[in-house]
Design a protein. Structure first.
Length: 76
């Protein structure tokens, strides 16, 4: 399951990032807390395939579909 498939108010754990991501993007997602084993929560799904609003630890991020589809998760 990818992060794009998460429902609003649902929690999950990051399984992995797509290894084919550009190295800079892969590194930045890890720095933001999207590393394997990290707990995340979807706060909101925007309408019309808009960005996801996610909580990772104490931080809140917005990710677009192209990135969310490349983060593999398991629902907690």
């Amino acid at each position: 399951m990818t992060l794009w498939e998460i429902r609003s108010k649902q929690s999950a754990l990051v399984d992995s990032l797509d290894p084919n991501l550009m190295p800079a993007v892969f590194e930045r997602l890890n720095e933001m807390g999207f590393g394997a084993g990290q707990a995340i929560r979807c706060l909101r799904r925007s309408p019309l395939k808009g960005p996801l609003v996610l909580q990772v630890g104490d931080c809140v991020y917005s990710l677009e579909q192209s990135l969310a589809n490349r983060i593999n998760i398991s629902v907690a």
